[in-house]
Design a protein around this ligand. Structure first.
Ligand SMILES: [Mn+2]
Length: 279
């Protein structure tokens, strides 16, 4: 079984994951683990030995691990998306659904300026996924106006809260993104990944399952932050399951099933999406 998690935000002062071993119950029986972005906070305070330790933790427990990039870990790998189940499932972090990636960020003006400079420099059509991924990951590497997320003191928490909730433009922008992501993901999938029946994203930290008209089912896996928490996605041969991630004294574990989505037979032969031969 292939399991998708996202937004662990390891090393961030507010993630509920304080020790990697808390994650062990989520890895039992998993053949392929897909970490769909923002696995760790790489832009401040992560040493290369901490980074090696976390990669090793997963690789010791799961036969195959796929690290997909997010805006907080833009250099964790060169993988920005995954098409799985013969092209029926599209997995990507989700920031590329928004023209300015993280519209709720306090440093949104800097993000906008970096994007504008790259678009003016002729990176290509901004509607194209390859262009989006390239610009998004370069911007994430170049951002400098970032709050301190990794210091665990009351002063640092207060500064973070102030920077996150004031001015209130920021929480309002975040709620707009909660509202807009399912429709944006549906539109993007229809254009760029028309064979996808299921789209799995994280990024906005708002877990849920949506379907707009005849579009694909959009799943958001939330995060490991309070208060909304997260969901996991399990991919089987003929269906997808969404389950709540529950937390207890033993750490995090798969909880109750929230949705079960049957997969249509894979598209093979003439008319199948180019490049997505069945595994
Ligand atoms: Mn993100």
């Amino acid at each position: 079984m292939l399991r998708i998690l996202s937004d662990l935000h390891l090393f961030d002062a507010r993630t509920r994951v304080r020790d990697l071993r808390q994650l062990a119950p989520l890895l039992v029986g998993v053949q392929t683990l897909v970490l769909n972005g923002d696995t760790c906070e790489m832009r401040r305070g992560v040493t290369s030995s901490e980074f090696d330790e976390l990669k090793e933790f997963f690789r010791q427990r799961v036969p195959e691990v796929v690290f997909i990039t997010g805006n907080h870990d833009p250099v964790i790998s060169d993988t920005h998306e995954l098409m799985t189940a013969s092209g029926r499932i599209w997995v990507t972090h989700g920031d590329i659904c928004f023209d300015d990636f993280t519209p709720w960020a306090r440093h949104a003006p800097q993000i906008k300026a970096l994007i504008a400079a790259k678009r003016a420099a002729g990176y290509g059509d901004y509607r194209q996924l390859a262009v989006r991924y390239r610009i998004a990951r370069e911007v994430a590497r170049e951002e400098t106006d970032l709050p301190d997320r990794t210091t665990r003191t009351w002063g640092a928490h207060l500064a973070w809260a102030w920077h996150t909730f004031f001015p209130p433009r920021q929480p309002l922008a975040m709620m707009r993104c909660w509202r807009d992501l399912p429709a944006a993901a549906t539109a993007f999938a229809r254009e760029q990944r028309p064979g996808a029946q299921v789209v799995v994203m994280g990024h906005v930290h708002f877990p849920g399952v949506w379907r707009h008209g005849s579009g694909p089912t959009v799943i958001n896996t939330g995060s490991f932050f309070r208060p909304l928490g997260g969901n996991l996605v399990d991919v089987f041969a003929d269906h997808v399951e969404v389950r709540r991630i529950q937390s207890g004294t033993a750490g995090f574990a798969p909880g109750r099933q929230l949705a079960r989505i049957p997969l249509r037979p894979p598209m093979v032969g003439p008319g199948a999406p180019a490049g997505y031969a069945p595994a």
